[in-house]
Design a protein around this ligand. Structure first.
Ligand code: ADP
Ligand code: MG
Length: 322
């Protein structure tokens, strides 16, 4: 499979500053040595509990924030060493859809102007071309032209997310980060937005990083699944393999955290011990050892590598090392 992204040894440490002088007193280790490829035309699902570094990862690979170290190749070129004016094509080809459709649309702008903005930013001025493309995109997201003269507050959450999606895809990007795009929406609306995204993916040949903490959504939409814990990828597998045969104790814990109807079942399950450790003072060794029911002595001091168990299935855990 052809790679769209190659991400190598990616680290992101947010400095934590102190009082008015702003001295750095420590770091939040949000991403630690992340290595992953993203293949053309796939939907890579990224799952993990809140605070695990998912959004930081999405923002780094779009170069919306600059990582502390590492390399990010997009179509073979390292975007981290490029200057702003060399990133124009990259910016046009990559887009972000984020969680809150109430915050992502400027309340003072009509929908027409919201959808026109990407053209202006990219120096496209042909009025007729812009109008045609806007009308086309409106029908693609299942809405009518009459929305164009209205303002964001006149729409529901689901409709606003459709409009935000339209803006993200209007210049036909190659790649989209969808960061919890349905988490703020009613469950009844979530499926519509997910279906819209999968349709658009087909229609536009998109590649997507789909971030969610919800395994049922990840199962529905992804081709591959990556599990993140405290800024590290602990398991990476093809979707069906992952759902049938996940190995990492943290992946198991994520499944156990999904509510089950039967009470008896609940009792036999391992529930995650304790809270997510603070990423400004991560545990030594394997970061999951403080909550892992299978932790061995070695796990407290040594950090295992993400290793391939089988084709299309990698796990970062000493339990599975020979
Ligand atoms: P997720 O999307 O999985 O919830 P994030 O990437 O938002 O995780 O956050 C990862 C960690 O980095 C968290 O501990 C979070 O508090 C911290 N963090 C995120 N953004 C910043 C920032 N701008 N400054 C300092 N810490 C941050
Ligand atoms: Mg997030």
């Amino acid at each position: 499979m052809e790679k769209l992204f190659e991400i190598k040894n990616l680290n992101m440490y947010y400095p934590v500053t102190d009082g008015i002088l702003g001295n750095i007193k420590g770091y939040v280790y949000a991403l630690n040595n992340v290595n992953i490829d993203i293949y053309k035309n796939e939907i890579l699902g990224l799952v993990g509990e809140s605070g695990s570094g998912k959004s930081t990862f999405g923002n780094c690979i779009l170069k919306l924030i600059t990582p502390t170290s590492g390399e990010i190749f997009f179509e073979g070129e390292n975007i981290l060493t490029k200057k702003k004016n060399q990133l124009k094509t990259f910016r046009k080809n990559t887009q972000l859809i984020f969680q809150n459709p109430y915050m992502s649309l400027n309340p003072r702008m009509k929908i027409y102007d919201i959808l026109k903005e990407p053209f202006i930013v990219n120096g496209i001025k042909n009025k007729k071309e812009i109008e045609e493309k806007i009308k086309k995109i409106v029908s693609l997201i299942g809405m009518q032209d009459e929305i164009l003269s209205r303002y964001p507050h006149e729409f529901s959450g689901g409709q606003r997310q459709r409009i935000a999606i339209a803006r993200a895809i209007i210049l036909k990007p190659q790649f989209i980060v969808a960061d919890e795009p349905v988490s703020a929406l009613d469950v009844s609306i979530q499926a519509q937005i997910i279906n819209l995204l999968t349709d658009l993916k087909q229609h536009l040949n998109l590649t997507m990083l789909f971030i969610s903490h919800d395994l049922s959504i990840i199962k529905y939409i992804s081709d591959r699944v990556a599990v993140m814990y405290l800024g590290e990828i602990v398991e990476l597998a093809e979707k069906n393999e992952f759902f049938a045969n996940h190995k990492h104790p943290y992946s198991q814990a994520l499944f156990d955290a999904v509510p089950v109807i039967s009470d008896d079942k609940k009792h036999s399950k391992t529930i995650l011990k304790g809270d997510l450790p603070l990423p400004n003072n991560p545990p030594s060794g394997c970061k999951f050892h403080t909550r892992c029911p299978y932790a061995m002595d070695k796990c407290k001091t040594e950090n295992p590598e993400l290793k391939e168990l089988a084709p299309n299935h990698s796990v970062k855990c000493f339990l599975f090392e020979k």
